[in-house]
Design a protein around this ligand. Structure first.
Ligand code: ADP
Length: 473
């Protein structure tokens, strides 16, 4: 693994998931071990205590049946049989003084616990203690019990076997635990990697895209619900970005194209003016032409700026009461001579009042663009029909439709005509900048409305502007 990746490893989600998994697993395993350890050691102690107690009872029975001498003999035999390093016994008077014992050379350090004897005298039937002898690994469990009148037995048992058993248990547990934790870490790592492999695919695709291949998509595995949802959302986002980028590219092409013609014309006029004799009559015409072209360019740039501002909500939209009926009638009056010149029949039907809150100038521009287009793209003897009314069907809104019997728009162009600088191919011969409809839509949206188009190529188009009416409080 490269050094850089190794440094970053502790910060990765896979590593952290594995770490958590390992920690939780180890903690739970240790808890389980502790539980078994306590269970086993308690059980061993209980069994040993019950064996020691039985032994005392046995001596008590011998004492009652046969007397003290038989107890001594039985205890001696017992200690020799089991091994003098394994068990020992002492017989004591109730005052705590020993009067008989097994061979105590191995158990020399073990004394008599007078406190324990005292507790027996007070009425306890057995008193137990565990002693650790210095320098010896195992411990001794000792029981005190009264076996007859004034006679106490002290019986000791080496816990060597139990200690060995517990230490084997510990060893086995440690080995098993290490193997289990290692397996758990490997399984955890594998599971984390598997679960996050979908995220990696998304990351990989994102990286490839940032290296300029926008057409790539994250594969959908139909494996992890959440990751697949992330991939689908990511792909949808990519679709939108790709569309946006291609629109921007197209817009760039269109701008370049639209700027090229006026600039070429301006350059041409400048060239002619250099070549012509000073003071000849052409100077004024050329200067006028240059100004006209520059105005057209400036107008285009200004319109672009207005659209951008309106789209971003940063334009100065003056929200004042505006009677749309007046705006419509104004546009009709303005364009009627043009329509007449072209031999078009222009009709208009609108109620007296259609109040909205908005920017009068913006609304006038939007309306003028729509009527201007209808006239531009409708051949002579055609009809243009403008109608405005309050629509109460869905939500209350004002509908203004501009219907023409003109060229119509090709279906594949319909979704693009509102893009900045887009012009249908057949319209390129006509004067225009491709910004009129973008502005109209930006204005409609800035007023909380929308603009739609329906068109049949060769038959005509209908643009409908929807605007929310002014609320009268
Ligand atoms: P411009 O009219 O300056 O070219 P617009 O943004 O107003 O720009 O319109 C974009 C394009 O939509 C036009 O170039 C034209 O091809 C098409 N279009 C707009 N209005 C109509 C219409 N009423 N009939 C047919 N085509 C239209």
């Amino acid at each position: 693994m490269p050094f850089g990746r190794m440094i970053r490893l502790p910060r990765t989600l896979s590593f952290r998931l594995t770490l958590w998994y390992g920690i939780v697993f180890s903690l739970l395993s240790c808890l389980a071990f502790l539980f078994f350890y306590v269970l086993i050691t308690t059980n061993l102690k209980q069994r040993l205590d019950s064996r020691l107690s039985d032994k005392i009872s046995e001596f008590e029975a011998i004492y009652n049946l046969h007397g003290l001498e038989d107890v001594k003999a039985a205890a001696l035999i017992e200690s020799q049989a089991a091994g003098e390093k394994k068990i020992f016994f002492r017989l004591l008077y109730a005052g705590g003084v020993a009067f008989s014992s097994s061979n105590m050379s191995y158990w020399r350090e073990i004394g008599i616990n007078r406190n324990a004897v005292g507790r027996l005298v007070e009425g306890r039937s057995r008193v137990y203690e565990t002693l650790t002898l210095p320098g010896r690994p195992d411990r001794v469990r000792i029981v005190y019990g009264i076996i007859g009148r004034g006679v106490v037995a002290q019986f000791g048992y080496s816990m060597e076997n139990d200690t060995a058993f517990v230490s084997i248990f510990k060893k086995i547990f440690l080995i098993a635990m290490s193997a289990l934790i290692l397996t758990a870490i490997l399984v955890g790592w594998f599971m984390a990697r598997r679960a996050l492999s979908g995220v990696e695919a998304v990351t990989r695709t994102a990286r490839q895209i940032s290296e300029s291949d926008l057409s790539r998509r994250v594969p959908i595995m139909a494996r992890h619900e959440e990751i697949d949802r992330l991939a689908v959302t990511f792909n949808q986002m990519l679709d939108r970005i790709e569309k946006l980028v291609s629109e921007i590219r197209e817009m760039g092409d269109n701008i370049a194209h639209d700027l090229k013609s006026p600039l070429t014309r301006i350059r041409g006029m400048a060239e002619i003016s250099i070549g012509s004799e000073p003071g000849d009559g052409d100077d004024l015409t050329l200067a006028g032409g240059t100004i006209e072209e520059c105005d057209r360019l400036l107008d285009m740039i200004n319109t672009m700026l207005i659209i951008s501002k309106t789209d971003a909500g940063a334009g100065e939209i003056a929200m004042a009461p505006v009677n749309l009926a007046d705006v419509i009638r104004g546009a009709v009056a303005l364009f009627a001579p043009l329509a007449e010149d072209k031999g078009l029949y222009l009709s208009c039907e609108t109620p007296e009042n259609l109040m909205v809150r908005g920017d009068l100038k913006m609304l006038q521009r939007a309306m003028a663009n729509l009527v201007d287009n209808a006239i531009k793209y409708t051949p002579a003897t055609g009809n243009i029909d403008i109608r405005a009314f309050r629509d109460m069907k869905v939500t209350e809104r004002i509908n203004i439709s501009i219907k023409d019997s003109g060229d119509g728009i090709d279906t594949e162009d319909l979704s693009k005509i509102f893009n900045r600088f887009f012009r249908c191919d057949q319209s390129r011969a006509t004067d225009g900048s491709g910004l009129g409809l973008s502005l109209a839509r930006a204005v409609a949206r800035a007023h909380g409305g929308e603009i739609n188009v329906e068109s049949t190529p060769g038959k005509g188009s209908t643009f409908t502007l929807y605007l929310p009416p002014m609320k009268i409080s």
